[in-house]
Design a protein around this ligand. Sequence first.
Ligand code: BGC
Length: 248
Amino acid sequence: MITLGIDIGGSAIKGALVDLDQGKLVSERVRYETEPLFKPRVAAELVEKIRKKLDYHGVIGVGYPGVVKKGIAYTAANLHKNWIGTDIAQLLSNQTGQPITVINDADAAGLAEMRFGVEDAHLYKTVFFLTVGTGIGSAIFVDGHLLPNTELGHLEVRGKEAEHRASDAVRRQKKLSWKRWGKRFTEVLNTYESLINPDLFIIGGGISSKFENYAEYLKIQTKILPAELENLAGIIGAAMAAKEAELP
Ligand code: BGC
């Protein structure tokens, strides 16, 4: 089964055809950069451009960086406020002529990691998946079941939202050393530990491939592993969500 997965991010929209049996990309990854705070209309045009380029017909899965319920966006932390209240599924379906399923981007990436990424992730009772990039996204799994839209990147950590304290964007903007960023990220993880007490953390997003640079600075009790699918997880998970939504 081949399905188109799309990942809407703060600075780019990416898409590829995904083989859902293997959890692998079977086309090139098409990527369009976006202006900061782009609006839904712009995204709709780019999604259609990706679909045409990959010559795809069928259900499309889309990961969106905010709370999304039944295809409608409820938040837009790092995007234009016009997204809030937008029926993304309807908008993209009108633009592409295809059925659309929309899911939070971190939830999508977490689904893909649980199924095709970190080996044995499903053996842990509670898994806390994080995606660290422009923002911080969270996806919590209990016995392999996702608790959607947890949004713990916005949890307050010592008076500041977690993602304003320790996202990858903050690390770059403030030119933090790995040691200093690791200290900040530790505070975030400690807060999650005291709230959820997970059995495993998985760190996804662009920063997952640099795990060896900061692992030694993370002073936490819980086991922690880097994601395996890196930033392809969002695309793969979005495609998985579309397929699942099709089931009766
Ligand atoms: C959004 C989340 C998203 C995360 C990562 C946060 O700002 O609120 O929905 O998962 O960024 O993109």
